[in-house]
Design a protein around this ligand. Sequence first.
Ligand code: NDP
Ligand code: 8X3
Length: 254
Amino acid sequence: MLKGKTVLITGATAGIGKACAFKFAESGCNVIITGRRLDRLETLEAKIKTDYGVKVYPVLLDVRDRKAVKECLEFLPNDFSHIDILVNNAGLGRGLEPLYVGDEDGWDEMIDTNFKGLLYVSKAVSKIMINQKGGHIINIGSIAGREVYPNGNVYCATKFAVSAITKALRVELLSEKIRVSTVDPGMVETEFSEVRFYGDKEKAKNVYKGMQPLTPEDIADTVLFVANRPPHVNINEIVIMPTAQASTAHLVRD
Ligand code: NDP
Ligand code: 8X3
């Protein structure tokens, strides 16, 4: 059912987005891959083309750049101008500390990427999907958008915002036959923690110490499941956690 569809993935240069790019390509989808790191986009493009023989359109795109998002989506090459599925994945955490000592630059980065970037991309892609009379928007939320945890403050707030926008889009796009879903993971081992701790690899590794986190492929499988339902089915939301995690506050380590 997915074969031949076009999928736009934001933040495809690492982690969950990259795994989604591979899985959709493996299913015969053509993919628009975006991110800020050109070398990674080029490597990914070459690998996907060689391994799966689908069409790939790499776009160097910072989702915080409102003008660039608009232009990129207004001037898509013909082969990619019909977008069947959008995976709003680009996102990051910055810092893990109480609000009263939080770094304002980190807050801006999270709000501008996780929330405002998702808004810009969703607006532009919604217009395309309305014109083509259908499509599917899949947001990567988080359990952090369902429950706050100590020191998660602004990151959690951005993911609560993603949850609100997912619900808003679902009602606003109902009459346009556009499906809107969210996949909300718990702990997934990616570059997320390294980015959150500004490159501190040791600190990042400790996050997953003594427990088995989810892999980016686990999330990509889930996203594909959501995308691959029959047209009359919309999965509103999926929460997925490692077996070793029951909530943001409940985790068992060996
Ligand atoms: P990674 O750090 O591995 O990947 C993040 C991706 O987002 C990269 O491809 C990065 O690309 C991209 N990105 C970051 N900022 C921007 C930007 N301004 N413009 C465009 N792309 C950007 O982390 P994950 O794969 O873990 O994160 C993906 C999503 O999953 C995020 O939304 C995150 O909040 C969410 N999530 C992660 C969980 C986890 O435990 N890892 C759990 C729940 C949700 P580049 O740097 O090249 O721009
Ligand atoms: C990112 C993972 O554990 O901070 O959403 O909620 S976590």
